[in-house]
Design a protein around this ligand. Structure first.
Ligand SMILES: Cc1cc2nc3c(=O)[nH]c(=O)nc-3n(C[C@H](O)[C@H](O)[C@H](O)COP(=O)(O)O)c2cc1C
Length: 191
């Protein structure tokens, strides 16, 4: 049986008490319901990538550390990625930048989409991420849903239930994942 192409949902947050896993699981469920791909949530907590132990520049693709080689294999083996990320101080979280910066060629031509969230939807974080993805020559889905969190969630830790709270964003997530599929098809054609 032919294996389904795997889309990695890379979570931007590694923070204690984060809501990212709930949002990533919700995005994955939408993906499974509207495309024929496999969706796997990637928690950067499971991929420790120290910032100080790779002597070479990633663009050369020669990695000294087994954890970098494992990360390289993980990303290279994926058909596409979705960054599911909060906005922190108008940018995206440092662990996500670090995970991007550990590799280079693995990202090149990789179809990608962004789902951001924050008090205003995380648009500034998505903008920065898009710029970096451009440097890495990723194939970006144009639609980047930005989920607005309430003050109660951000300041008082009110529980989040994406299935109930984020109905208004289902269509834009579907749209982004549909565009990602187009990018995946085009990437397949250009191989
Ligand atoms: C360090 C930090 C910086 C933040 N900066 C912003 C911000 O610039 N804009 C915004 O809308 N929300 C900001 N927030 C609120 C986050 O969007 C909110 O806490 C969200 O739940 C974080 O995602 P997480 O729980 O998955 O880590 C910030 C939160 C943290 C922890």
């Amino acid at each position: 049986m032919e294996r389904k192409p795997t889309v990695l949902l890379i979570m931007g947050s590694t923070r204690a008490g984060r809501i990212c896993p709930k949002i990533a699981a919700w995005v994955a469920d939408i993906g499974r319901s509207c495309t024929g791909h496999a969706y796997e949530v990637v928690d950067l907590m499971d991929w420790p990538l120290p910032m100080h132990d790779e002597p070479g520049i990633p663009a050369k693709g020669v990695y000294a550390q087994p954890h970098t080689r494992a990360w390289s294999e993980k990303v290279a083996g994926a058909a596409a990625v979705v960054f599911v990320t909060p906005q922190y101080n108008w940018g995206y979280p440092a662990p996500l930048k670090n995970a991007l910066d550990h590799l280079h060629r693995e990202w090149r031509g990789k179809p990608a989409a962004i789902v951001s969230y924050g008090g205003h939807g995380g648009g500034k974080c998505a903008e920065q991420l898009r710029q970096v993805a451009g440097a890495l020559k990723m194939r970006m889905a144009p639609t980047a849903p930005g989920i607005v969190l309430s003050d109660a969630v951000i300041r008082e830790g009110a529980p989040v239930n994406p299935g109930e709270d984020f109905g208004a964003y289902v269509e834009s997530v579907r749209q982004a994942l549909g565009e990602l599929t187009v990018q995946m098809d085009e990437a397949g054609r250009s191989e």
